[in-house]
Design a protein around this ligand. Structure first.
Ligand SMILES: [Fe+2]
Length: 303
């Protein structure tokens, strides 16, 4: 497997748990990125909505982040601002990765629950790991919506993830939230580097202070970006594999059919809804990017 982190110890921890906690930004950089958030907000076009794609439907989203902005130039500017500051740090930590999406994630008072999910797949996860760097600009804890993860859940569930593809853990989200989360309560400027396939969540901000965090998504330099796409209205049994340029994500509207892409394959899709017991078993089973060990094969035979 291609390495994610340059440091061997961190790499082993990342592969075991699906995330690592690292020191990341200086105090000055935190302050700079905090101030920049309010400056760049002037170019925001507001949230993209189904109406932008000509659909007459209502939709509410419980959290506020750059990716759903209507103005592609605003998204490009946010990526530039964040990458300039993050790059010297992630180049030391990560083994040759390039950024594709950057988010300021804003949680105002009493808002901002991020439902349990895995991030979309952004490259071929049989060959590599894509990562998110999550870095809060204030000290984070459960009460203001720190990142919460299910350790070791990476590369176990929903290998082909995209906006319209049903998720096998959808029906048991509440049980997982109740039983399996670890809160990453980290200080301002520290970071969690997580595998995009790890199961994660965050609570609403119940404090009276604004909570801003940053997410930068990166994929290996040598890998093309991928978007798994399903057009449910036409065929809900096939996932299309699209190779896309970075600008695809800047122009993205989840309700629009994509136009700029190269289709490189198809995957048959069968919907599965795991029970909590099945999920627990799979959590301790082999990853989808590795062959099961002899012991794991034996366990499967006898269970
Ligand atoms: Fe996420």
């Amino acid at each position: 497997m291609r390495p994610v982190l340059r440091d061997e110890k961190l790499e082993a921890e990342f592969q075991k748990n699906g995330y690592v906690h690292v020191p990341f930004l200086s105090k000055e950089e935190v302050k700079y990125l905090w101030d920049k958030f309010f400056e760049v907000l002037k170019t925001s076009g507001g949230h993209v909505s189904p109406k932008d794609a000509g659909l007459d439907m209502d939709y509410t989203i419980t959290y506020d982040f750059t990716f759903i902005d209507r103005n592609p130039d605003h998204k490009r500017e946010v990526l530039k601002i964040i990458d300039e500051v993050f790059r010297p740090h992630y180049e030391k930590l990560l083994a040759d990765y390039k950024p594709i999406i950057a988010n300021y994630i804003r949680k105002e008072e009493q808002t901002g629950e991020v439902p349990l999910h895995e991030n979309w797949a952004f490259a071929d996860e049989k060959k590599c790991c894509t990562v998110s760097i999550w870095c809060p600009l204030v000290d984070s804890h459960r009460g203001n919506g720190a990142l919460e993860v299910v350790p070791g859940s990476h590369k176990r569930f929903g290998q082909f993830r995209g906006p319209m593809i049903p998720w096998e853990l959808e029906g048991i989200k509440d049980d997982i939230i109740k039983n399996d989360l670890v809160t990453c309560g980290i200080k301002a400027g520290e970071a969690i580097i997580l595998d995009d396939s790890i199961v994660h969540y965050s609570h609403p901000n119940t404090t009276s202070d604004l909570r801003i965090a940053i997410q930068l998504i990166l994929i290996p330099n040598e890998e093309p970006a991928i978007h798994y796409h399903m057009n449910q209205a036409v065929d809900n049994k096939t996932i299309n594999i699209l190779e896309v340029e970075q600008d695809f994500f800047m122009e993205f509207n989840p309700w629009k059919q994509p136009t700029e892409f190269k289709k490189v394959g198809e995957i048959p899709f069968v919907q599965k809804d795991l029970t909590y017991a099945e999920y627990r078993k799979k959590l301790n089973g082999p990853r989808y990017d590795e062959k099961p060990t002899f012991m794991q094969r034996m366990k499967a035979v006898f269970s």
